[in-house]
Design a protein around this ligand. Structure first.
Ligand SMILES: [Fe+2]
Ligand SMILES: [Fe+2]
Length: 229
């Protein structure tokens, strides 16, 4: 897949090292399993209480974020196809939504595997995503792309933070090594969405800097809440 020149990305996300070391996607262990093993069927019982809480909070916030991503792209695809009459942008949103459907399916499997409860605020995350997706799509293609650019920037950084924590924990259990590889894959997918948005005029959105700041601030706040609740 073609990746946009890294100069379009925020500095923190440039030249991120990739752990995607073979052609098989890590998520296939969940979406197309050929066999069951401890990395996909057991949780890391050996973790100390602090790391256990950290793992649960990671999985909870990732699941909540993927729910919101699904509702953002679903709402944008709906508005572009049925209200704005822009089939091309609707198709682009649908394609990004397809990736988010996979992310969500895997995030749900990870919650079950690691016996972690979802966020108490699931209806809020879903509704917030729908409102954000609809509102930005109604403002036009550039605003919808600016929304993707802002959201995926925050999510890319968020996944990078998780990888740093996991690098200190992953020797404890094979499931954590696999989780790292899944997060690398998802982070790279989110950065491709970011590249797509910039290629399609995100930065020409009206009041781009303000819109990005508001959406980015909202995403960061939601991450902090979903980690705990
Ligand atoms: Fe995602
Ligand atoms: Fe994404």
């Amino acid at each position: 897949m073609v990746r946009l020149a890294s100069s379009a990305r925020p500095s923190r996300l440039r030249d991120v090292s990739s752990l995607r070391f073979n052609s098989t996607l890590a998520s296939a262990a969940y979406t197309a399993p050929t066999s069951q093993d401890v990395s996909t069927s057991k949780t890391a019982e050996e973790l100390n209480p602090i790391d256990r809480r950290r793992l649960e909070s990671m999985l909870r916030v990732d699941h909540a974020g993927e729910v919101a991503a699904n509702t953002i792209y679903a709402a944008q695809a709906r508005v572009f196809s049925s209200i704005m009459g822009d089939a091309k942008t609707a198709k682009m949103c649908e394609e990004m939504w397809e990736t988010e459907k996979k992310h969500l399916a895997v995030a749900k499997r990870l919650l079950d595997q690691h016996r972690t409860r979802p966020s108490f605020l699931m209806p809020v995350w879903g509704a917030a995503g729908s409102v954000l997706g609809s509102a930005t799509a109604l403002l036009g293609k550039e605003a919808a792309m600016a929304c993707t650019e802002a959201v995926e920037t925050v999510i890319g950084e968020h996944y990078d933070d998780q990888l740093q924590h996991l690098s200190r924990m992953e020797e404890a259990h094979p499931s954590l090594k696999l989780l790292s590889r899944v997060i690398v894959e998802f982070r790279d997918d989110e950065l491709e969405h970011l590249d797509t948005a910039v290629e399609h005029d995100a930065q020409q959105a009206p009041a781009h800097a303000l819109l990005s700041a508001i959406i980015g601030f909202g995403c960061k706040g939601a991450i902090q809440i979903a980690k705990r609740l």
